[in-house]
Design a protein around this ligand. Structure first.
Ligand code: FMN
Length: 575
């Protein structure tokens, strides 16, 4: 019942806007979407953007999500006669942009579908009907007339293996689909107000582009060879125009930082099979919380030499099991043999099932890695049913464990590197002892914290320094809710000991702890001295920590006369 009522409240609307000469956008606004493919939650909905270019020839760049079928097709018919479409440009084949390709081809069966070789292969599997096609490579051009010459830019892995960008020489608009996008829905067509969007822009980069930083840098290099770009027409969120240079600069800076990381993990998955790409992405996001770079590689579309090179430079390998039969089985099997031949004992590995119903067994591969002496960081992740949020959380935490394992020596060295006088002086800074608890959807997390401070009176606000690789970091994005539990002097040891345990990926951190639910849904610890309910307002990046500023909604003290537990430190190089 609740699910139906929820769904009925959801708002789907359409926005159309003229962008430049002969160019119109149709933006499908999905105001209330709160979850995307992988584990991350959305606070501000999302949009699916499509574009019409009316040269002498008529072109449509991407479509929409199938949930917008009627709204989208009505809007399209208000702008053009869809039966006259000459070209349908597919930036990539993810269903939220190509969900209505079949509908368009029914209206305009003569239309030529334009895409990369991989995109056209994927589309054949999606639409199951013959269609005219034009396979394009980097630098290829398509003349639509009236000066609208589309130049294609190959941008594989941003964030699908088949991605192309299209640059219109007449309007200087670059159509990039997922790249430079964000999950942010409002009536603004453009990026006028950076304050509104920067958090979502960064989060989207971290989730989708961070695991492909090398590919981002290659795409940026290719973009640099184009004439001036005045607008980036994205597939999600506002189009970039006002802050284009700055936001493109962020992609460069964040990707360069990744590329410089001394340690790399290669995550092999199989696109379009089971949940392989989503699980791979959840693991990759977990790895990226540590100071380790990730390369995500589709086993189906990589050449053997590249596999061997990547394995050679990797400190860690994660492999999603491919299907044991089907069109690509020979390619993926030979890729697995190449990985095994190139792997060595100093590497660490993690394996996961893809959940496609036809997975190769994990165990023979696991045995082969074990006989090479490769260290297994987390036990094989197995899939019994459709992945839940809990499984994505497990994958994320498994990824973080792998990253932390690979950087353990570095971390210890950094901790020891403080001059001893300074170390002791800094150690005189002290704080209270708190447990942060959070619940989002069906999953929860907790952490012991002492770097907590009140930060404002109006509104009442606090800051908490949260290390980037903490499990609870995923629960502390802008708009998220949590509880700050204050521990009691003389009575904090049991809770502190419990929450300092090393939890296995995905473990329930509240097993055997007395809790009850706060108004915001997060757990309140029954043995805490006091608690306050908080909402994250903003985050400031401070090297290895996020300073999370949150407003306080409500709170309560259970023992009015008791004091807060204080953490007196001896050294400054640890909490
Ligand atoms: C006394 C003490 C205070 C701590 N305070 C913080 C803190 O303020 N921020 C933080 O990120 N970690 C802090 N930590 C570290 C985490 O509580 C601890 O590493 C936790 O077990 C991390 O778990 P996770 O990475 O599996 O989530 C503190 C640890 C101790 C011992």
């Amino acid at each position: 019942m609740v699910a139906i009522a929820d769904r009925a409240q959801r708002r789907l609307t359409i926005q159309t806007a003229n962008l430049a000469r002969d160019t119109t956008t149709i933006r499908s606004l999905d105001w209330d979407r709160d979850r995307f493919d992988i584990e991350f939650a959305l606070n501000n909905g999302t949009t699916y953007n499509s574009y019409v270019i009316q040269g002498e020839k008529l072109a449509l760049v991407d479509t929409s999500h199938e949930k917008f079928r009627q709204l989208y097709l009505d809007a399209l018919k208000g702008i053009i006669d869809p039966t006259q479409i000459d070209y349908l440009v597919i930036s990539h084949t993810e269903p939220d942009h190509s969900g209505l390709v079949k509908d368009i081809l029914q209206l305009a069966p003569q239309a030529t579908v334009v895409g990369s070789k991989v995109a056209i292969q994927f589309l054949e599997e999606m639409v199951h009907q013959p269609f005219q096609r034009m396979l394009v490579k980097n630098g290829d051009r398509l003349d639509l007339g009236n000066g609208h010459i589309l130049e294609f830019v190959s941008a594989p892995n941003l964030h699908w293996p088949d991605t192309i960008f299209s640059y219109d020489h007449a309007t200087q608009i670059l159509y990039t689909c997922d790249a430079f996008g964000m999950h942010y829905c409002d009536d603004y067509t453009f990026d006028e107000d950076l304050n509104l969007i920067e958090e979502d822009f960064r989060y989207y980069y971290d989730c989708l582009m961070g695991p492909n930083a090398r590919s981002v840098l290659s795409a940026l290099k290719r973009m640099g060879e184009l004439p001036e770009i005045t607008t980036i027409a994205t597939g999600h969120g506002p189009l970039l125009q006002y802050h284009l240079t700055e936001l493109v600069g962020c992609y460069r800076e964040w990707s360069q930082a990744q590329a410089k990381a001394a340690t790399t993990v290669v995550v092999f998955y199989v696109s379009g099979y089971g949940y392989s790409d989503r699980l791979a992405q959840a693991i990759a996001n977990g790895i990226l919380k540590t100071d380790v770079a990730v390369e995500m590689v589709d086993l189906k579309s990589i050449d053997p030499q590249e596999v061997a090179e990547l394995v050679g430079l990797a400190s860690g390998l994660v492999i999603g099991m491919p299907p044991q039969s089907g069109a690509s089985v020979e390619t993926t099997r030979s890729a697995l043999s190449t990985i095994l031949a190139a792997a060595h004992a100093k590497q660490s590995v993690g394996l996961f099932e893809a959940g496609g119903g036809n997975d190769e067994s994990v165990y023979p591969l696991r045995n082969q890695f074990q006989s090479l002496g490769v260290h297994e960081v987390f036990p094989p992740i197995q899939i019994k049913e459709t992945p839940t949020e809990a499984l994505y959380q497990l994958c994320n935490e498994a990824g973080t464990d792998l990253g932390q394992w690979l950087t353990r020596d570095r971390t210890v060295k950094q901790m020891k590197s403080l001059d001893s006088d300074l170390d002791k002086a800094l150690g005189r800074l002290s704080g209270g002892l708190y447990i942060i608890t959070a619940k989002k959807g069906g999953i929860s997390s907790a952490m012991l914290a002492s770097w907590v401070s009140q930060a404002s009176f109006k509104p009442l606000g606090i800051t908490i320094a949260v290390a980037k690789d903490r499990a609870i970091e995923s629960f502390m994005h802008v708009g998220d809710h949590f509880v700050l539990n204050v521990l009691e002097e003389g009575n904090y040891q049991p809770l502190m000991k419990h929450f300092l345990k090393r939890f296995a990926p995905g473990a329930d951190r509240f097993a055997e702890v007395k809790i009850y639910a706060a108004e915001n849904g997060s757990p309140i610890l029954a043995d805490a001295l006091a608690y306050v309910e908080c909402k994250v307002v903003s985050r400031m990046e401070c090297s290895d920590h996020w300073i999370v500023y949150s407003s306080i909604d409500t709170g309560r003290v259970s023992k009015p006369d008791a004091l807060t537990a204080v953490h007196h430190r001896k050294v400054g190089n640890h909490y």
